[in-house]
Design a protein around this ligand. Structure first.
Ligand SMILES: [Zn+2]
Length: 163
């Protein structure tokens, strides 16, 4: 392990998935009642995927598809929270801990404000160390694929501190 003490890293992540009928909507590890869900090989938790990419970016380890390829049957229907836990331990192995995490979900529908607290709680429980977690939701005022309710996007920024 290289010396990371005192180092400060930042990472960014973005993801989007298509909204389809016949799938559960899982965001931030929380099941949201809605008549559509996100299409994807795993549980398609777009928020957790953006967070995972931000952490991988901060430690210089590529992106989610390289670590959890959709060609691998092990990740079919995978709980993305478990993948987040794996990426956090990778960050630890690399000598970093999560300092803060800020993320936005971009969705026209459903209304996500009532679920943001539960998402934050779920994510904080996985991080399991002092870390400021903030989860927001916004619409695009009807513009673009999110506005047309074709999909949901998410972006995340993290900062990591060397241990
Ligand atoms: Zn994804």
């Amino acid at each position: 392990m290289t010396m990371t003490r005192g180092q400060f890293r930042v990472g960014i992540g973005y993801d989007a998935h298509r909204l389809v009928e016949g799938r559960d909507l899982i965001l931030g590890g929380v099941s949201i009642p809605y008549d559509k869900g996100l299409l994807g090989y795993s549980d398609a938790d777009v928020l957790i995927h953006a967070i995972i990419d931000a952490i991988l970016g901060a430690i210089g380890k590529g992106e989610i598809g390289q670590h959890f390829p959709d060609s691998d049957p092990a990740y079919r229907g995978a709980d993305s929270i478990i993948l987040l836990r794996e990426v956090l331990s990778l960050a630890h192995e690399e000598g970093f801990r999560l300092n803060n995490l800020d993320a936005s979900i971009i969705a026209q529908k459903p209304k996500l404000t009532p679920y943001l607290g539960a998402m934050k709680e779920r994510i904080t429980s996985v991080v399991d160390e002092p870390c400021a977690v903030n989860i927001k939701a916004t619409t695009t005022e009807g513009l673009g694929f999110c506005g047309r309710e074709e999909g949901i996007g998410a972006c995340a920024v993290v900062s990591l501190l060397g241990k």
